[in-house]
Design a protein around this ligand. Sequence first.
Ligand SMILES: [Zn+2]
Length: 433
Amino acid sequence: MIYDIDFETLPREALSAIQLRRLQNTLERVYATVPFYKEGFDKVGLKPGDIKTLEDLQRLPFTTKQDLRDNYPFGIFAVPMDNVVRIHASSGTTGQPTVVGYTNRDIDTWAELMARSLAAAGAWRGDIIHNAYGYGLFTGGLGVHYGSEKLGASVIPVSGGNTKRQILIMRDFGPTILTSTPSYALHLAEVAEDMGVSFNDLQFKAGVFGAEPWSESMRQELENKLHLTAVDIYGLSEVMGPGVAIECHEAKNGLHVFEDQFIPEVIDPESGEVLPYGEKGELVFTSLTKEAFPVIRYRTRDITVLNPEPCICGRTHVRMERVSGRTDDMLIIRGVNVFPSQIESVLMDMEEVEPHYQLIVDRKDNLDMMTVKVEVGEHVFSDEVKVLQDTQKKIAKNIKEYLGVSAEVQLVEPKTIARSEGKAVRVIDNRNI
Ligand SMILES: [Zn+2]
């Protein structure tokens, strides 16, 4: 079902007209209220009134995560604090967290977009949503929560953690939609199995998985283990939170970006040049209606491709391919660009191993060494040493063939890699560069 049939199926021409009008309003507003944006526009000699077409957006400077940090905590807010009703912040694993704010109307828009997202995944009134995203400063939990209520579904605000209790709730409350990170969903499947609860007997029809990049092979894994349709959701707190883009369950082939609210661009991360549809590069967003925290050409560091082909679901909004990596997560191992998601794809295609892994990068004698630590299935681990050695060799060979880098493969017993209740820690980089 399409939640907002008018906006989600707008003919492209009408959509562009709305985008331009909203863009011009946003630019006027940030120029008048946010010194950071005024200085940026002045530096390139542009006034908001100079932006007369959507293409003119390309003349404006980018906004980066560093810019947000430099204006910590509230320097980029475009409204006085007495209009701000909510504050979220990113986890800030590297340096200062980034802080974002919302007005009442922003919260309402966000809830609306999350309602659209859940509907695109197959949810509707009458569904029960088991929301295992963390509640707190992180936008995942509250984003899904408000969207579920807006949709008119019943939300269980279970948040992350206390996994055994989650399984009992799933068994007893009969939720039909699961929302969580993909890695936590797999953890839920394992714990359920240990407790003798089969996902086959649960009521789930769809899972909405996001907050970390995941691969097509991971989708197979999730669908097989959890007996549901797995769809990818995209968002980031700087742009709004979850619900910036969502896969429709009909096509499960790229995520529709809610273009009446955001303008997506894909750029060459080196030159900053905008790339045509179909070319891979860094995703950049401009918000069109946000009041408290508008963003102009925000560089997400996420790598994707935009696809304008019409979709079978009827939505006209452009689709972004699932994020294949991040410009800042990209590991350079002996000169080769490696994304954790590529290793994941190799591992997921092998039935001998479980979908739990870690990449450890070290530098020895000025040489980068990558170790892939991966869990093997119970059936493999109980076998003889020869079988383990063969598995190890096969993984190393597949990684070499697919990625062009050598990796040391370390097989570990099932359930020995730490499980995460939020975003999984996939990469441990011990290099001091
Ligand atoms: Zn679609």
